[in-house]
Design a protein around this ligand. Structure first.
Ligand SMILES: Cc1cc2nc3c(=O)[nH]c(=O)nc-3n(C[C@H](O)[C@H](O)[C@H](O)COP(=O)(O)OP(=O)(O)OC[C@H]3O[C@@H](n4cnc5c(N)ncnc54)[C@H](O)[C@@H]3O)c2cc1C
Length: 242
C-alpha cells in the first residue's frame, strides 16, 4: 500500500551557528496546520538544486510541541548538494517537506536502562527524545537509568551542552558523558570514541535498550560492540545518516 504524502510548508524563524560546521534551526509550520510527530522521527525535503531534484531527510531535533514549531540541527557538508542550501536560508524563508517519517522513536514505557549514543548531529533525534522523556509528565521515571554518551571532536562541538548539563543537574538518574576525540589541554572529561565509554559504563545492565544515531560506520561499530557485550539485536534501535 502506498503511503500518501502530505506536504507541509514551514518558515524559518531563527537559526544560529552552534560551531563552525553546525547550525541550529527553528521553524514554524504555516497556516496553523497540525503537525504531530513522535520524538525521534524525521522530515524529508525534495529540493531542486541546479535543476536537479534531490531528496534529503532531517531528524526533528525538538520534542513535539503541539504549537507548530520544530527544530533541526544540521551539519554542513561543504561540497554537499542540500546542506549548503539550507545553511543559506534566512529568517522568513520557507521550506516544503513531508513527514513525519521513521521508526527510530522512544519506546514507551521506557526501559529500566536507556542508553542514548550519538556522534555529531546524530544528537538531533536524541535531543527530541530526551526533551520528551524528561518533560513534566514525560515517561522518564526517577527509577530509570538514562545515559547520554555523545562523541564529538572538541569541546566546541558538544552541541546543546548547557541543555544536557542542566538536565543532569535536575535529574540524578541522567548521566551525560560527552567524549572528545581531540580534547584540548583544559578538558577534564571523557576522551576517545564512544565505544570506549560504552565498555566503561554500559556492561551487564538488565532491562537495557540503546538508541544509536550518527554516520553508518559508528552505528555499525556500536551495534557490533553492544551485541558482543551480550545485548540482543532487539535491544538496539538506530538511525544512520549516510
Ligand atoms: C533519517 C535521516 C535523518 C537525518 N538527519 C540529519 C540531521 O538531523 N542533521 C544532519 O546534519 N544530517 C542528517 N541526515 C543527513 C542528511 O540527510 C544529508 O545526507 C546531509 O545533509 C548531506 O546532504 P548534502 O546534500 O548536503 O550532501 P550530499 O551531496 O548528499 O553528500 C553526502 C555526503 O555527506 C555525508 N554526510 C551525510 N550526513 C552527514 C552529516 N550529518 N555530517 C557529515 N557528513 C554527512 C555522507 O556520508 C556523504 O559522504 C539525515 C539522514 C537520514 C537518512
Amino acid at each position: 500500500m502506498a503511503v500518501k504524502k502530505h506536504f507541509y510548508t514551514a518558515t524559518l524563524r531563527r537559526a544560529w551557528y552552534t560551531n563552525d560546521r553546525t547550525k541550529h534551526f527553528e521553524f514554524e509550520i504555516g497556516d496553523g496546520q497540525p503537525f504531530d510527530y513522535l520524538p525521534g522521527q524525521f522530515i524529508s525535503m525534495d529540493v531542486i538544486v541546479d535543476g536537479r531534484e534531490v531528496l534529503r531527510s532531517y531528524s526533528l531535533a525538538s520534542s513535539p510541541h503541539h504549537d507548530h514549531r520544530f527544530d533541526l540541527c544540521l551539519n554542513i557538508v561543504p561540497d554537499g548538494v542540500v546542506s549548503p542550501w539550507l545553511f543559506h536560508l534566512k529568517p522568513g524563508d520557507q521550506i516544503e517537506f513531508t513527514g513525519p517519517w521513521g521508526s527510530f522513536i522512544l519506546r514507551e514505557p521506557m526501559d529500566p536502562v536507556s542508553a542514548f549514543i550519538a556522534t555529531g548531529t546524530g544528537i538531533a533525534p536524541i535531543r527530541a527524545m530526551l526533551q520528551y522523556a524528561f518533560r513534566e509528565g514525560g515517561p522518564a521515571a526517577a527509577s530509570h537509568e538514562v545515559w547520554l554518551i555523545f562523541g564529538v571532536r572538541s569541546e566546541a562541538d558538544i552541541l546543546y551542552r548547557e541543555e544536557f548539563e542542566q538536565l543532569a543537574r535536575e535529574h540524578a538518574n541522567f548521566r551525560f558523558v560527552p567524549t572528545l576525540s581531540r580534547p584540548g589541554p583544559g578538558w577534564r572529561g571523557a576522551t576517545g570514541y564512544v565505544q570506549q565509554q560504552i565498555v566503561h559504563h554500559l556492561g551487564q545492565k538488565s532491562g537495557f535498550h540503546a538508541y544509536i544515531c550518527g554516520l553508518k560506520k559508528m552505528v555499525d561499530d556500536v551495534r557490533r560492540q553492544l551485541e558482543g557485550m551480550g545485548y540482543p539485536a532487539s535491544a538496539l534501535s538506530y538511525e544512520k545518516y549516510d
